[in-house]
Design a protein around this ligand. Sequence first.
Ligand SMILES: [Mg+2]
Length: 441
Amino acid sequence: MRPSVTGFDVYDIRFPTSEQLDGSDAMNPDPDYSAAYVVLRTDGPARPEGHGFVFTIGRGNDVTAAAIEALRPYVVGRPAPRSAADLAALHHDLTHDSQLRWLGPEKGVTHMAAGAVVNAAWDLAAKTAGLPVWEFLAAMTPEELVSLVDFRYLTDVLTRQEALDLLRAAEPGRAERARLLRAEGYPAYTTSPGWLGYDDAKLVRLAKEAVADGFAQIKLKVGADLDDDVRRLRLARAAVGPGIRIAVDANQRWDVPDALRWMAALAPYAPHWIEEPTSPDDILGHAAVRAGQPVKVATGEHVANRVVFKQLLQAGAVDFVQIDAARVSGVNENLAILLLAAKYGVPVCPHAGGVGLCELVQHLAMFDYVAVSGTREDRVIEYVDHLHEHFTDPAVIEGGRYRAPRAPGFSARMRPESIAAYRYPDGPAWLARRPAQEVIS
Ligand SMILES: [Mg+2]
């Protein structure tokens, strides 16, 4: 008897990160890193579980959890997904509900909720296969991989046949690249030195530590005050020297003219890219920023779906595509985005950090290297060094590189004791922070 999904548990989990200003940037001064988290339970003999989540930064995590809950009828009672066909069908059902679609379409909370459930299903299927997700994906045929993608709205730029041709062209060498990944890992960069809430001394100390730890790239948050940013970038450049890449990230803070003015002032310190200079929906604005100043443009962590990525690439608006594992509708839509980037020859440098995003997205970048783009050239995965202790298979960095995950699944499983402690609003970590009178009444 094939196992079925018998349980669908949704949790609102929040970490009080705003207390340390970890994660502070020009748009998000006080995030409490959070996960609207879902566990798919099954009745198979080994009872494998699938774990997935949406990352949020605090308030609204309950709204996201409710959106995940709305997808329960599509999952409970379904045979536990195992194959590309199962995962394609589930992705289709979760993103094509005729009533829920009205809330997007294919963007925002409902879309991210679908992504959490899709990713949980991938975790479950990969565990059932006994493989980490990157290897599970990289073991699929080009035909299976193409079957996972929703090509609606893409075929003016990328047809099924073109995607198949790209994947077939990358088939030779898959085994060798997988071997190299296991031996060498995948290059990372770190954002840990550059949070806007850190003072200059902490910035300089952490920048030097990052280089000593083997990172060849760091990232600084910018966008609140130009004089401060010039000073911070100058200090960082002096700390790391000319051979280390320093990316800067404005987190959508600017209008296009602000971005041009700001980047003209920062350009002398040779930033590697400017990330999210303006609204993630403003394709032509990104193109104008790219054309109007000398620094390369990166975006993607808030790009809603494959259609916006398609247009960013069509318009020549980006130099780097920053996929996020928990923003779009999961592995399936990220596969579409990897294929679009490969068609345009634009490097994918995934967004990570938050809680659990490093754990997830490393699998997609490694799969991209093995089976889609075939290269690690000009590619780096973001790394932020916090909250990994809450995961049972945490991302591991050695010498500035992600080590290839070996445990089956998506590295998404949070420790049960962390879920219990940080459940909002009634986990002990949150009860301890409530004003005394509130706890009594
Ligand atoms: Mg960013």
